[in-house]
Design a protein around this ligand. Structure first.
Ligand code: HEM
Ligand SMILES: CCCCC[C@H](O)/C=C/[C@@H]1[C@@H](C/C=C\CCCC(=O)O)[C@@H]2C[C@H]1OO2
Length: 497
């Protein structure tokens, strides 16, 4: 069959265009330059490693570390991301506020996840406001109210059931729901319907990683949109028309935003951001801690014996208040919490390179970073799961952070160098967690109350920990895929009083 002159011309044009595109791609395509980290662009044009990264960031980054070492650059959806996994060199990332910027990448996420734009708001002013709130009298009041809410919600769970009757529940749902509701009543609306907000919040939270990565399916997108709308409505608080009582944390925050010139619509959206930021980690943290205790009897026994030694009473015979509980030395509990967070806190620390930078490694090596690229740390992989720092890193060892004399162990080494960052659940530098002390106080209150007032056991004695949901790597506390069935009841001595 003979082709017409027209189709010959079309073929020639197509070939020409393809040739030009190939030349342009070759010319502009990125190659590794001298003194730059190893470059791994992945097989897919433009997308690079985006799919593998999104599916399971921990697995992907571990594979790259195996291939390239502690520093490398990968292509992820058109972006070049340099990953730094040498904990001895973290300071040159977390302490650099000149060449590296946190805000622009955070703002992108805020817009995508919460439809939130706060152009007039100074991030430093907001952070300062929050830091001040989590100190002194207001902090003490928050701890007290949180303690009261935790206790009444926990006791509410067994109200009406007879003294020795075991109740059954799924541990993750139980912990997340209870801590969310206690946190909501403490910081947001003390008279609100925390159950309804929690149900909606979970739908949103479950899809948040996919929303952040832009990989939602159509029906998931609809769920997220309607959940977000409902949460905006449920969570909007009016700080102006309140009576004479003290403002809640949320109302004070909204008043602060108003004074900074933020309008009502963005205030409502910022409220949801803060609801997520302040409530998404405590429940999962307590779940993992209790799940480790239930699957490691020696850890449970060590903690119970520490609690018995405290006697949980002050010399005047009164039960401990939340403040005095914080004052007690609880090295075993502290070690168990650190070990829990080492295994299950998995935030990605991300910065944008705003001017060309030389990354100074502890080894003396220097790497050039290009403006416009991103830099990330993933402390879960390194230092938290590094076998040179923490032998048998996959195992839960309740005394990993204890010295032989039961004092807190804080000396860890890599390559004979003492590490500043041997575990990093709270982030580091100018953007580290603001609520750390409050979170620790809350987790301690919850765990101590449950162990002193309830009997708790696994439903199936042989049951193991559920696996991790791999889509959560990078988004704060990990969550399980599945759950752990447990039984609990009020302790005899408590039900008699
Ligand atoms: C186990 C519990 C918690 C863990 C593991 C945790 C962890 C973190 C981490 C790693 C960051 C920094 C993320 C980054 O560098 O991008 C962060 C930020 C933050 N956390 Fe926490 N957090 C917890 C609980 C809380 C609680 C209870 C509150 C408040 C009530 C809170 C308030 C905040 C706030 C406001 C920020 C934002 C800081 C900023 O943007 O500058 N966190 N948290
Ligand atoms: C999702 C963006 C909001 C950031 C708010 C705040 O600065 C951080 C709060 C962290 C948050 C960390 C989770 C995700 C960060 C996104 C990682 C990425 O850039 O891909 C969560 C609550 C706080 O601890 O864990």
């Amino acid at each position: 069959r003979r082709s017409s002159p027209d189709s010959n011309m079309i073929w020639a044009a197509l070939l020409g265009i393809t040739g030009i595109l190939t030349l342009v791609l070759l010319f502009f395509s990125r190659t590794r330059q001298e003194n730059e980290p190893p470059l791994d662009k992945g097989a897919l044009p433009w997308l690079g490693h985006a799919l593998e990264f999104g599916r399971d960031a921990a697995k992907f980054l571990a594979r790259m570390k195996e291939k390239h070492g502690d520093v490398f650059t990968v292509r992820v959806a058109g972006q070049y991301v340099t990953v730094v996994l040498d904990a001895n060199s973290f300071d040159s990332v977390v302490n650099d506020t000149v060449s590296l910027d946190f805000i622009s990448s955070k703002n992108q996420l805020l817009e995508r996840i919460f439809h939130l734009k706060l152009p007039g708001l100074q991030p430093a002013a907001e952070r300062e406001w929050m830091e001040r709130y989590f100190q002194g009298c207001r902090f003490a009041k928050l701890c007290q109210t949180m303690k009261a809410n935790i206790e009444s919600l926990l006791l509410g769970e067994v109200q009406g059931s007879s003294a020795s009757e075991w109740k059954q529940d799924s541990l993750f749902s139980f912990c997340y729901s209870l801590l969310f509701r206690a946190g909501y009543l403490t910081m947001f609306e003390s008279t609100g319907n925390a159950n309804v907000v929690y149900e909606e919040f979970r739908k949103f939270d479950q899809l948040l990683p996919k929303l952040a990565q832009g990989s939602l399916k159509k029906e998931e997108s609809q769920t997220v949109n309607s959940s977000r709308e409902r949460l905006w409505k449920l969570g909007s608080a009016d700080w102006l028309s309140q009576g004479s009582g003290p403002l809640s944390w949320q109302q004070s925050y909204l008043r602060f935003l108003h004074e900074e010139g933020v309008g009502a619509e963005m205030q409502k959206r910022a409220s949801l951001l803060q609801l997520w930021t302040t409530q998404c980690n405590n429940g999962p943290a307590v779940f993992w801690l209790l799940a480790f205790l239930l699957t490691h009897p020696e850890a449970m026994e060590a903690l119970k014996s520490e609690i018995r030694r405290l006697n949980l009473q002050d010399p005047s015979g009164h039960h401990l208040t939340s403040n005095s509980l914080e004052l007690y030395h609880t090295p075993v509990f502290d070690s168990i919490l650190s070990e829990t967070l080492r295994l299950t806190a998995a935030v990605l620390i991300k910065r944008v390179v705003v001017e060309d930078k030389v990354l100074q490694m502890a080894s003396g090596q220097r790497y050039k970073l290009r403006r416009g690229d991103k830099v990330i740390l993933f402390p879960w992989l390194s230092p938290q799961m590094d076998p040179e720092i923490h032998p048998e890193p996959q195992s839960f060892k309740f005394d990993r952070f204890l010295n032989n004399d039961r004092s807190v162990k804080d000396k860890f080494y890599k390559n004979e160098r003492r590490l500043k960052y041997y575990t990093m659940p709270w982030g580091a530098g100018r953007h580290a967690c603001i609520g750390k002390e409050f979170a620790i106080a809350t987790i301690k209150q919850f765990v101590f109350f449950i162990l002193t007032h309830f009997d708790v056991k696994k439903l199936e004695p042989q049951a193991q920990l559920p696996p991790v949901n791999p889509s959560r790597y990078g988004f704060g506390m990990l969550q399980p895929d599945g759950d752990l069935q447990v039984q609990y009841r009020l302790k005899r001595s408590q039900s008699e009083t």
